[in-house]
Design a binder for this molecule. Structure first.
Ligand SMILES: Nc1nc2c(ncn2[C@@H]2O[C@H](COP(=O)(O)OP(=O)(O)OP(=O)(O)O)[C@@H](O)[C@H]2O)c(=O)[nH]1
Ligand SMILES: [Mg+2]
Length: 285
């Protein structure tokens, strides 16, 4: 991801503002600590994308947390046609002084915005929504956009689609886990069975009802995560020919269910967890 970071460093000089796309299922984990110095004092618009898949009350808390003088926050479902109009208004509003100045000089105001965020958070989908056409390639896996791409939208705004950026090592293991759950990290480099057991543990602590409803199981306090996984195997009939549990299939199915939103509207992190999320425990995924 160093290449993408260098590209960003180079292109950022050309833009007037930043559209920082966050996945509303893990908005804090989508903030790259390395970006702060790079962005400097360019205005930032935080887009809480995939809002349709999120826990709205937790997002309310995050919006209060993120809102600073020079930042705006927008909630968005980029897959709904026309929904990104509010992003356009926000860009114009944040740069109204520049637009006014150019108009006074009888110049056509051109506004350039760079769209950044972790892989798979919906950057390209958001751009397509804004221009009303599939001008960029999208896909439900990380690393779809490989290089920069400028896209013009009707109202004099030019958007720069960028490859998703991750940081080479994660200083916080919760952040690393959350980015894996939301599909920002390539499955090939993950230990899915281990991740699925962690996921069961996290969701069980958040609200065990989510797992009980989806998989038609009952969870009691004394059960281990492995026992819960085995119950899901039984309930889903993920059983191998010899009668053993098909753990691998079940683990992939659970992670995929979350990624596809089949477990309901979930936001994995809340503002109250900020201490846990910022603690440096140096686990590298
Ligand atoms: N439900 C929902 N899905 C979304 C939303 N935005 C994007 N998606 C889906 O998320 C997946 C990733 O979207 P992309 O636009 O390719 O993501 P990206 O950030 O450009 O990804 P990279 O180019 O890999 O960094 C696609 O399957 C989109 O349909 C949203 O607001 N809601
Ligand atoms: Mg993309």
């Amino acid at each position: 991801m160093n290449k993408a970071f260098k590209l960003m460093e180079k292109e950022i000089k050309l833009v007037d503002c930043i559209l920082y796309v966050l996945d509303s299922r893990a908005p804090f984990s989508c903030i790259n600590p390395k970006f702060e110095t790079l962005i400097g004092n360019k205005p930032i618009i935080y887009v809480f994308n995939k809002y349709d898949m999120a826990d709205k009350s937790k997002i309310e808390g995050w919006i209060k947390y993120f809102k600073k003088d020079n930042t705006r926050c927008i909630t968005l479902d980029s897959t709904t046609s026309g929904s990104a109009k509010k992003v356009e208004s926000s860009i114009k509003d944040v740069l109204k002084d520049k637009i006014e100045k150019l108009k006074l000089k009888n110049m056509m105001p051109i506004i350039r915005s760079m769209v950044i965020g972790v892989p798979n958070c919906g950057k390209s989908t958001l751009i397509n929504n804004l221009c009303g056409k599939a001008k960029t390639i999208t896909g439900n896996k990380p690393g779809v956009t490989k290089g920069k791409q400028w896209v013009k939208i009707a109202s004099g705004i030019e958007l720069l689609d960028m490859p998703g950026t991750l940081w080479p090592s994660f200083e916080n293991s919760i952040v690393a886990k959350h980015l894996a759950y939301i599909g920002s990290i390539k499955e090939e480099v993950l230990d899915i069975p281990e991740l699925a057991l962690e996921f069961i543990d996290d969701i069980k602590k958040m609200d065990k009802n989510i797992l009980e409803t989806r998989y038609n199981i009952i969870i009691d306090e004394s059960q281990s995560n492995l026992e819960i996984l085995e119950n899901i195997c039984m309930s889903r009939k993920y059983i191998l020919r010899g009668g053993d549990y098909d753990y691998d299939r079940c683990c992939f199915a659970i992670i995929s269910d979350f990624k596809q939103g089949r477990l309901g509207n979930i936001t994995l992190e809340s503002v109250e967890q900020i201490k846990e999320l910022t603690k440096k425990d140096k686990k590298v995924i």
